[in-house]
Design a protein around this ligand. Structure first.
Ligand code: NAD
Ligand code: DAU
Length: 377
């Protein structure tokens, strides 16, 4: 029998009904790593709802395109009609909410999209979840989870001797990005408190690894160093971030989803504070090692530039709660993770070329026909 595309989608969703996770923003950096990891390690089916902004790249998910346990749906989390019909059709047992505008510098240049997606979009998703969840049967209702993927930036900035952020640290967001994430976290908290929605929140530090859009520090520096371009370090380069390998973050999210207590927040971090300048120097040395350029050190490319407005000085995470309660801790060391990451960017020239030239967006145009019907990647 020859199945039409609609029939394929319907059959797949019937198959999905028992064990489906709805992931939002799954074509982005962390979301795509999460989907690939979970498809390999779990039996769950995954529906990926992504609006494919500049940060969404379906090529990240090439390895699972065609897998019957995976479905891609192109759409905005703020489109309530779409979210409603998706929830009804696929009846997920959990929602893992990554979709966001995520780049601090862009939020400073123009905060509108951050409010639209991070605040209004999360609100829309919560409202549709609030309508969907009571309709589940008793067992499904008890097992259901809404997991909000958040950031350490909501806690503000630390001084050099301050204790790392704890789950009880008061929110003090400083950038429009951080404020929009804080607002969405507060909405999630309120939906738990007011409506009893079984929510979970993870607040994580800076991630690094494959598929990160090269506007962020680590991939930007790798590619500029490779190409002999200036390495723009903001301010004095002494700002401190805690860095976590993306695979470890994905494992942490899966762990919280499986065993976290509803209503709780879990800080996730790498116990790995580094100054920006140190990160950039490490990258220079690795690029020199993997792609030597006649003895000249890439460190010569380091250029101090005007500081980011309102630049947070230091983030540090106290991740003892997730270790104590859920037995999660990072597996990758920074030394091994950064080596893997630098190698990945140097060895995946096609991915880099597509992203930097923008041709991945043309690929989307030719591979995606904007019909109302959801479609596989
Ligand atoms: P990203 O920018 O790489 O990806 C975001 C994804 O969301 C993209 O695929 C994009 O197309 C999609 N998206 C954006 N707006 C959308 C909308 N309105 N509807 C549907 N999809 C939309 O982001 P990332 O770095 O992978 O971060 C994912 C999540 O993790 C974010 O919520 C971010 O705040 C959080 N987080 C990121 C880090 C980090 O270091 N990158 C650390 C902690 C927390
Ligand atoms: O802490 C978690 C957050 O980490 C996430 O919530 C955000 O989504 C993610 O983008 C990241 O935010 P940062 O602002 O910390 O990441 P970014 O890579 O933009 O910058 C890291 C540090 O490097 C920061 O102190 C600014 C600095 N920087 C960044 C760029 C892009 C530079 O010095 N030069 C640069 O060109």
């Amino acid at each position: 029998m020859r199945l039409t595309r609609t029939a394929i989608v319907r059959v797949t969703c019937f198959y999905f009904m028992q064990n489906t996770i709805l992931v939002t923003g799954g074509a982005g950096f962390i979301g795509s790593n999460f989907i690939l990891q979970r498809m390999e390690r779990d039996a769950a089916s995954i529906v990926n709802l992504d609006g494919l902004t500049y940060a969404g790249n379906l090529r990240n998910l090439d390895a699972i395109a065609g897998n019957p346990r995976y479905e891609f749906v192109h759409g905005d989390i703020g489109d309530r009609g779409l979210v409603r019909s998706l929830l009804q059709r696929c009846r997920p047992r959990a929602i893992v909410h990554f979709a966001a505008e995520s780049h601090v510098d862009r939020s400073i240049r123009g905060p509108d999209d951050f409010i639209r997606t991070n605040v209004d979009g999360t609100f829309a998703l919560l409202e549709e979840t609030r309508a969907y969840w009571p309709g589940l049967d008793e067992r499904e209702r008890a097992d259901f989870r809404f997991l909000q993927v958040s950031t350490d930036e909501v806690y503000g900035s630390l001084g050099p001797d301050d204790r790392p952020f704890r789950e009880t640290t008061a929110y003090a967001p400083n950038s429009p990005y951080a404020a929009s994430k804080a607002a969405s976290d507060h909405l999630v908290r309120a939906y738990r408190h007011t409506y009893g929605l079984p929510t979970l929140t993870t607040n994580c530090s800076n991630n690094y690894g494959r598929f990160q859009f090269p506007e962020k520090l680590i991939p930007l520096m790798i590619l500029n160093a490779r190409d002999g371009k200036p390495l723009p370090v903001y301010g004095d380069g002494q700002n401190v971030r805690d860095w976590l390998y993306v695979e470890d973050h994905c494992e942490a999210i899966a762990t919280v989803l499986a065993r976290g207590r509803a209503g709780e927040t879990y800080n996730v971090g790498g116990w790995n504070e580094k100054k920006n300048l140190e990160i950039v120097e490490t990258i220079c040395d690795l690029v020199d090692e993997f792609a030597p350029r006649g003895g000249a050190s890439r460190r010569e490319l380091i250029t101090f530039v005007k500081d980011r407005p309102g630049h947070d000085r230091r983030y540090a995470m106290d991740a003892r709660k997730i270790e104590r309660e859920l037995n999660w801790k990072p597996k990758e060391t920074f030394e091994s993770g950064i080596r893997k990451t630098v190698r990945w960017y140097l060895e995946n020239e096609e991915w880099v070329r597509d992203v930097t030239s923008g041709s991945y967006r043309k690929w989307i145009e030719t591979h995606y026909s904007p019909e109302a019907e959801p479609r596989r990647s």
